[in-house]
Design a protein. Structure first.
Length: 162
């Protein structure tokens, strides 16, 4: 397969995976917005699988990009924008379309991820408030390493005259 064709194929696959990532992030956001935390572990596992697949295709994309760079006497780690300047039609146009779509997906992923992070933080705050209102001073939760750790609740002042 010609290097430009191989790179285009890898970029198509990357686009498809990033579209799936956007979809799963949207699902995650909907679950967070609906306070359906029960399903978050499932969508998280699906997100992790997509991210792993993106890592694998990135390796193939980098190899295809390096082959195309060698073919056009460019540095091995030339950016896609730099490669586009040196390839002939119709590949230059197709690779440019891939580049623009990938940049758009990147922006969308960053925006959705940021919004989901904020929703998750607000949900955690609500959970802490609920735990505090029940009179519990701490609850065990799992940290990022999977070790249990107490989720300490700060002091709380309640007006019981209401």
């Amino acid at each position: 397969m010609e290097p430009a064709e191989d790179l285009s194929h890898q970029l198509w696959t990357m686009r498809e995976l990033l579209e799936q990532l956007v979809y799963k992030l949207e699902v995650q956001g909907l679950l967070l917005a609906a306070s359906r935390a029960r399903w978050i572990p499932y969508v998280t596992a699906e997100l992790e699988a997509i991210i792993e697949a993106i890592g694998e295709i990135e390796t193939s994309r980098a190899a295809a990009s390096a082959r195309l760079a060698r073919q056009h006497h460019q540095p091995q780690h030339a950016s896609l924008a730099e490669l586009i300047e040196h390839v002939e039609a119709p590949w230059a146009d197709l690779l440019q379309q891939h580049r623009l779509h990938l940049l758009s997906l990147q922006s969308e992923i960053e925006e959705i991820s940021r919004a989901n992070h904020e929703m998750a933080k607000r949900s955690l705050m609500r959970s802490r408030e609920i735990i505090a209102s029940l009179g519990e001073q701490s609850v065990d939760v799992y940290d990022p390493r999977g070790v249990t750790t107490p989720l300490a609740v700060g002091s709380l002042r309640l007006d019981r005259t209401v």
